[in-house]
Design a protein around this ligand. Structure first.
Ligand SMILES: [Zn+2]
Ligand SMILES: [Zn+2]
Length: 258
């Protein structure tokens, strides 16, 4: 049964067959709680499941909290073969050991530039395979990195293409959330319909936040789910502006997109 799913996925990857496929996102680590009984903490992690593949986007800060949230939510960390780290801050890679310890097979970790050397050594020592994210290509159908953006704190986001819409997940958005959305649009040559993750706007004035929401509208973003480092003021502004199209985040939230 498993082999059958993989062969379909490979056919999709090689372009011999094209079907639109839904994607499921499960928030495993966030500053806020969605599902009672989970734990919140500063950091971000989101499990992405699509066509028999699962990829963990970021891994939160503490392995114990990531493991506890996964257990509470019925997520099997040992099934994860691919991890993408957005940028080299501990609140995005610190929980990695929970995945590497649980793994029954090798885990490939796509790392950005400027990851601390000690963190890379820890991944290798735990049996993980470190792959520098030098290109946008991922070996998973319908998933691609934005490529590395920004000079100060280089960062990558994850683009998921379902065939009907494009979804962008961001870690902390240090290169600027609007810059990342714009780059993602250019890369896919089409709209970015949904943006979720950290938008990094806590230092921004109300006026600047209004301008960023307008930029989102101008870029054609139909739904937005700011969380983690976005800042309460900006989250509130997005919630008011996007209304029914605002995507609530928090640990335990499960989002499905066709
Ligand atoms: Zn950061
Ligand atoms: Zn962060």
């Amino acid at each position: 049964m498993k082999a059958k799913i993989i062969s379909t996925a490979l056919a999709l990857a090689t372009g011999t067959l094209y079907l639109s496929a839904s994607v499921k996102l499960t928030i495993l680590y966030d500053n806020t709680i969605h599902t009672p009984g989970t734990r919140s903490d500063w950091g971000f992690s989101c499990l992405v499941e699509k066509e028999g593949y699962s990829l963990l986007f970021d891994a939160g800060t503490q392995p114990s909290i990531l493991a506890a949230n996964a257990k509470k939510l019925g997520v099997d960390l040992s099934a994860i073969r691919h991890v993408m780290i957005s940028h080299g801050h501990r609140d995005h890679f610190g929980g990695l050991q929970a995945v590497l310890r649980a793994a029954s097979e090798g885990v490939t970790v796509y790392v950005p530039p400027k990851m601390p050397q000690a963190a890379l050594q820890e991944i290798s020592a735990a049996g993980g395979k470190v792959v520098p994210a030098s290109s946008a290509v991922l070996p998973i159908p319908g998933m691609t990195s934005t490529g590395i953006l920004g000079d100060g704190i280089p960062e990558q986001g994850l683009i998921i293409r379902t065939g009907k819409q494009n979804i962008l997940i961001t870690g902390c958005a240090h290169p600027g959330i609007v810059t990342i959305v714009g780059s993602a649009r250019e890369l896919v040559g089409g709209s970015i319909d949904v943006v979720v993750g950290g938008f990094h706007l806590s230092g921004h004035s109300a006026q600047a936040i209004t301008g960023i929401i307008q930029d989102f509208r101008n870029l054609g973003v139909r739904r937005a789910g700011p969380t983690h480092c976005t800042g309460e003021k900006a989250i509130k502004a997005f919630r008011e502006s996007y209304a029914n199209d605002f995507v609530e985040m928090g640990v335990g939230q499960v989002l499905e997109f066709e």
